[in-house]
Structure formats: structure tokens, C-alpha cells
Design a protein around this ligand. Structure first.
Ligand SMILES: [Zn+2]
Length: 311
């Protein structure tokens, strides 16, 4: 049994059909965790969809209404880059509920993992780049509203810049944002995060970790957050179709492990989300996401103290 909870819902699938985003990955990760004996049914929590009140702490009434009623304009669908469907809307509401639940679990157990989420390109009033609802921002606002946390940090390791996150929290002194990404990649417009680590094309494991870990170390020391939300993209992988960095699977696991260790040493709870992953072989994407769970398990077992926020 894992020392923390995994959050999963069978309707996480974004219903995209043939698409570069392998939306069946959510189910495949769930099945693989069980198949390999990493987790049992008892390790899973099933989320409710986020409430409209939760969504509206981040998003505009207008955007929420358009998503719910299927009244996006053609240009809004184009910007979203995924086909609109009722199932997509249901999935992103569940993803936001799942990231809330992972955050609540992290506060209680030290770690919590949503097997979806990390939709970091969503803005308050529109969606972009496969992201309709910014689940991490919704979760941060919800935990703050409930008094569970005051200060949060977002560590975003997806190969693409976390533009939605940066825009949402730009003037918020209670949320610190770090994005490490390939500079010459989507999105073209990158509003400033608290720290942006712009990596050159084909940066490898050593170069990447040599930049990321000291930045996380310093930010945690200086900002002293009550929770860390991890956007654990699988797309810095060397064989990713939408990425141009050269990390290996072992390097990506090191990345996860070292970020989690930095948090755990300081008793900062960690909530993880998946974000992107477009490896030529979908099994590589699945493996990289599974390794994030294994890294969390290893760190939780190496540093067995409960979080400072827990009982
Ligand atoms: Zn990405």
C-alpha cells in the first residue's frame, strides 16, 4: 500500500479520438499501477467534479458558461486545440476536483497525486493548448479559501511554459511560480512566472537538473510555502513529439525525486499532477508518469515524517 493517496476517475479521458494528446493515458496509468502492484484499489480516491464556486475563483463566468453550454466561438476552439465535447467538459471539471482532492490529501498525508490535471495553459477567460480549466489554480484557491494553506508554490516541469499559471498568479504575493521549459517552444507569448528557467534546445539531464534543483531549493527557503503543486510533464523526454529537450527517463525520475526531496526535507506537502506527454511510444509517456508516483513513494519512505500541516 502506498503511503499517500492517488486520485483517479474513469471519466478523466478527454474524449479526443485520434489526437497527439493520448487521452487514454489516464486509464492506462491507472491500470498499470494496479497491474504492476505499485498500488491497490485501496490507494485510490475518486474525485467529485469541482463546484462552480471553485471554478469561479479562477475563471470568468463567461468562460464557464461557454464551456457548459458548448457555445465557444470557432477561434476559441482553435486556440484550445482539442475538439469540444460534453465529455471533455466533464473530464476537466473532474480533473479540477481531482487536483483539489490531491491537495487536500497532501495537506493530510504529505503527498497526494492526481492522475490527471496540470492544465497549465488555461487562462481565466479562455482555454489554450489542450487546457480548458486550470485545475492547479482552482485547487490553490480552494485550499486557501478553506484555510488549509496560505502560501503555495507551483513547480512546473512541463516542457512548455506555464503561461496560464503565470498570468493567473502574476500579481499574487501568496503564490510563487517556477516554470522550467524549452524556450523555443509553445506558447509564443510567455507572461513572466516568479522564476522562468528558459532551457536551450536539446538540454540534457545534467544541464536541466543543474538549473532546476538550485532554483527550487532557493525558492522554498525564501518563500516558505505551505504546499507545493507539481506540474510533472512527461514531455521534456528526448523522444517527445512536441518537445525539444533531451531528458532520459532516468533523468526525469531524478527530476521528480529531487524536487520532492527538497519539499519533504522542509515538511512541505506535495500535490502532483500529470500535464503533458507526447512520446512517440505512448508506453514511454505512461512509464514517465508512473515513475513520478514511484519517486514520491521513495521520498515518502526515505523521509517518513508527516507534513507540518498534518496531524
Ligand atoms: Zn507540455
Amino acid at each position: 500500500m502506498l503511503p499517500f493517496k492517488l486520485v483517479y476517475h474513469e471519466r478523466y479521458d478527454l474524449n479526443l479520438g485520434p489526437h497527439v494528446f493520448p487521452s487514454q493515458k489516464f486509464r492506462l496509468i491507472y491500470e498499470m499501477l494496479l497491474h504492476e502492484g505499485i498500488a491497490t484499489q485501496k490507494d485510490f480516491l475518486c474525485p467529485n467534479p469541482a463546484s462552480d464556486e471553485d471554478i469561479l475563483r479562477v475563471h470568468t463566468v463567461n468562460w464557464m458558461h461557454k464551456l457548459k453550454t458548448g457555445t465557444l466561438t470557432a477561434s476559441e476552439v482553435m486556440l484550445l486545440e482539442v475538439p469540444y465535447s460534453k465529455e471533455l467538459v466533464e473530464a476537466v471539471w473532474l480533473a479540477a476536483g481531482g487536483t483539489i482532492l490531491a491537495g487536500q490529501s497532501a495537506v493530510r498525508d504529505g503527498f497526494g497525486a492526481n492522475l490527471s490535471g496540470g492544465f497549465h495553459h488555461a487562462y481565466p477567460g479562455h482555454g489554450e493548448g489542450f487546457c480548458a480549466i486550470h485545475d492547479v489554480a482552482v485547487a490553490i484557491r480552494k485550499l486557501q479559501a478553506d484555510g488549509a494553506v496560505k502560501k503555495a508554490i507551483v513547480v512546473d516541469t512541463d516542457v512548455h511554459h506555464g503561461n496560464g499559471t503565470a498570468a493567473i498568479f502574476r500579481n499574487d504575493s501568496m503564490v510563487f511560480t517556477i516554470s522550467i521549459h524549452q524556450e523555443n517552444n509553445y506558447p509564443a507569448h510567455k507572461p513572466p512566472s516568479s522564476i522562468d528557467l528558459n532551457m536551450p534546445d536539446r538540454a540534457d539531464d545534467d544541464e536541466y537538473l543543474g538549473v532546476l534543483i538550485p532554483a527550487v531549493h532557493r525558492a522554498l527557503d525564501e518563500f516558505q510555502p505551505d504546499i507545493l503543486f507539481y506540474v510533472g510533464g512527461a514531455d521534456p523526454y528526448c523522444e517527445d513529439q512536441l518537445g525539444g529537450l533531451s531528458l532520459t527517463k532516468a533523468g526525469l525520475k531524478q527530476r521528480d525525486r529531487q524536487v520532492f526531496e527538497e519539499a519533504r526535507r522542509r515538511k512541505i506537502p506535495v500535490a502532483t499532477t500529470l500535464a503533458g506527454g507526447y512520446a512517440r511510444r505512448v508506453e514511454d509517456t505512461i512509464r514517465i508518469h508512473l515513475n513520478t508516483i514511484l519517486a514520491a513513494q521513495e521520498v515518502a519512505e526515505s523521509y517518513p515524517q508527516r507534513s507540518s500541516m498534518g496531524v
